[in-house]
Design a protein around this ligand. Structure first.
Ligand code: FES
Length: 154
């Protein structure tokens, strides 16, 4: 291979690399991120049912992740406290929840009351057994949560 041919091959290869560097972010931008569904995590006991009084939201930890128990008219439910906007931990504010990062508000049911968050706080599977509240996997089937959100629980 002579010098001219070698330089032509080198310039061609460099062109391909540069083109890939330009096209890769364009393709990543145009292709939406995968959404997730299904459940993540295993069952754990978070305490006696009687320790979650009616009308209150109680912050707990499920497998090391922040969550809260709501007791609305005797019906217990557990939701994640990880904000669906950008992943900050929301805080209990009376009978609702507020995100300290960008001001989203959520109802006790996990529903978005005020954005910028658009997705509800996902619930956990729960079960009462021998007076204890068992919390299972987080349920991401209620909305098209982005892939990064699933990573909060793995
Ligand atoms: Fe909660 Fe932005 S992270 S509102």
């Amino acid at each position: 291979m002579d010098r001219r041919r070698f330089l032509q091959w080198g310039a061609g290869g460099l062109g391909v690399v540069c083109l890939g560097g330009i096209l890769y972010p364009v393709v990543k931008f145009l292709k939406p991120p995968p959404s997730v569904a299904g459940t993540v995590g295993g069952a754990t006991s978070v305490g006696s049912v009687s320790s979650f009084p009616a009308g209150q939201l109680t912050a707990i930890s499920v497998n090391g992740q922040p969550a809260y128990v709501s007791n609305v008219a005797g019906k217990l439910a557990v939701h994640s406290m990880i904000c669906t906007h950008l992943g900050c931990v929301v805080a209990v504010a009376g009978t609702s929840l507020a995100c300290p990062c960008h001001g989203s508000h959520f109802a006790a049911t996990g529903a978005v009351v005020k954005g910028p968050a658009t997705l509800p706080l996902p619930p956990y599977h729960t079960q009462v057994q021998n007076g204890s509240l068992l919390v299972g996997a987080v349920d991401l089937t209620g909305a098209a949560y982005p892939g990064w959100y699933k990573g909060q629980f793995s």
